[in-house]
Design a protein around this ligand. Structure first.
Ligand code: AMP
Ligand code: MG
Length: 467
């Protein structure tokens, strides 16, 4: 039996990709396989994951290709990035009727590889696997990991590392940078085709709107604002919010040097490549708006045939983004604080009182007062509590439990798991994955996973892109 591919990107967007087959792996070995997701996707039992998800066997119906895109990286524009080491294998219609991209990363160099080698290493592949699965369990829109397969190929980084391929699943891989690619080249007709494709795929309702492209832009704004608000609620730092890593679907993709913040400080940066702190925790909402402005620039000629009117309407939209984000963030905070309705003073007050305290256990301490002993600014918390007690929803305890995880992928646990996996021991990775796949509600025996990292680990912690 064949996998149900239906490759609309390959069919409809000639000029937006280069056809390319994955490289063959010398000695494929499955490191992790997401059987539940495979079932959702209707992956036929007869397809061998080691062969298919290493790149050794291109399944019947797939049409592998490298996608073209541009992007602002740390503020500087590159007119041509594209999938340098990734491939869209194809799209499958899942059991629920949804169209989903099946994509590989680390499957060999493509014409977009520039100076990169096209490979990925076991550590970063397993990090993306773990982070994506954790985010999915936390209720955040995200790409999902389907498989991680070691290739048997050595990959040269600062030192030789074992190579691997990650296969991930996403609603699509259309990015802000995909639009920038055609806008930068002045390809107006391709840009319109891309916008129409994106509308058909993600915002079919917009096709009938008075101004479909403006309605589409509004949809992207709404989804990305919601997404970043959810990141902020969890203390998640993406690390590389370049425009080529921000999706039209509103899903999180490209988990590179990302991490969950422990002690709350808005300036927190983990990424070893983010020297200026552009993508620090507290900057993420500003970067959201900045990236959406770059998307608006590519669409402005589609908003209105009259250029002055188009610019005016685009600027009005951009002015509205901060308010849209703020409303999403207040909604997230209302859930996390168990409030009956959003409350700006309580939300801002809590976050201010949280300074220096572990983000995740700080929220948990609302339902578990025993945890309040670890607060950095205890007096600030005590001053805040009476107002909160007066404003809580009748079912506040249930709300707190549903919105505030006990288990996140703690950085030191992730590092431990990846180091062991690199040395051939997958047990810590598997244990951590099982923990973060069920993040809500404490389970006996897992106490260590709920604790912030030891101080000596925090001081020197950086995550690396793995490129
Ligand atoms: P990322 O930081 O993973 O989002 O990648 C940014 C850009 O660099 C994309 O165009 C990637 O395809 C490309 N890239 C990153 N690492 C490699 C690599 N090892 N080989 C080829 N291209 C790469
Ligand atoms: Mg990327």
């Amino acid at each position: 039996m064949d996998w149900r591919f239906d490759n609309s990107y390959a069919r409809d967007l000639a000029g937006a990709y280069v056809a390319q087959a994955p490289a063959k792996a010398p000695a494929p070995r499955v490191l992790a396989f997401n059987a539940a997701l495979a079932a959702e996707l209707g992956l036929p039992e007869g397809l061998d994951p080691a062969a298919v998800f290493s790149g050794n066997l291109v399944p019947e119906g797939a049409a592998p290709l490298a996608q073209a895109y541009a992007g602002h990286q740390f503020g500087g524009f590159s007119p041509q990035l594209g999938d340098g080491r990734a491939l869209l294998l194809g799209e499958v219609i899942d059991r629920a009727g949804r169209r989903r991209d099946i994509a590989m990363k680390g499957s060999g160099p493509t014409p977009f590889a520039r100076r990169g080698d096209g490979w990925a290493a076991v550590g970063p592949v397993l990090r993306e696997y773990l982070m994506g699965e954790a985010m999915a369990a936390l209720g955040v829109p995200t790409s999902r990991a389907l498989a991680a397969v070691a290739t048997g190929r050595q990959v040269l980084r600062e030192r030789p590392l074992p190579g691997a391929v990650l296969t991930r699943v996403a609603a699509s891989h259309l990015r802000v940078g995909t639009f920038q690619f055609f806008a930068a080249r002045g390809q107006a007709e391709m840009l319109r085709r891309l916008a129409d494709y994106a509308i058909a795929r993600h915002d079919p309702g917009c096709a009938a709107a008075a101004n479909p492209y403006l309605a589409f832009f509004d949809g992207v704004v709404q989804r990305q604002a919601r997404l970043v608000a959810q990141w902020m609620g969890l203390g998640f730092i993406h690390g590389v919010m370049n425009t080529d890593n921000m999706t039209i679907s509103g899903e999180t993709i490209d988990y590179g040097p990302c991490a969950f913040m422990e002690a709350y400080s808005p300036g927190t940066v983990f990424s070893s490549i983010d020297h200026q702190g552009r993508y620090a925790y507290g900057n993420q909402p500003l970067i959201l708006a900045w990236n959406l402005a770059r998307l608006a620039e590519t669409l402005v000629s589609l908003f209105d045939a009259d250029e002055a009117r188009a610019v005016e309407v685009a600027n009005a939209r951009l002015d509205g983004i901060a308010g849209i984000y703020r409303a999403e963030w207040l909604a997230v905070m209302a859930e996390k604080l168990g409030l009956a309705a959003p409350d700006a003073a309580l939300a801002d007050g809590f976050v201010a009182a949280l300074a220096g305290t572990d983000w995740t256990t700080g929220f948990r301490s609302l339902s578990e007062p025993a945890l309040r002993g670890a607060w950095a600014e205890r007096a600030a918390l005590e001053a805040w509590l009476p107002g909160w007690e007066a404003a809580r929803a009748p079912d506040w305890q249930a709300r707190l439990a549903a919105a505030n995880p006990v288990y996140i992928p703690r950085n030191y646990k992730v590092e431990e798991a990846l180091a062991a996996a690199e040395a051939g021991d997958l047990a810590p990775f598997e244990a951590l994955l099982a923990v973060v796949k069920a993040p809500f509600g404490a389970r006996p025996g897992l106490e260590a996973y709920a604790l912030p990292a030891p101080a000596q680990f925090v001081a020197g912690f950086r995550t690396f892109c793995g490129t």
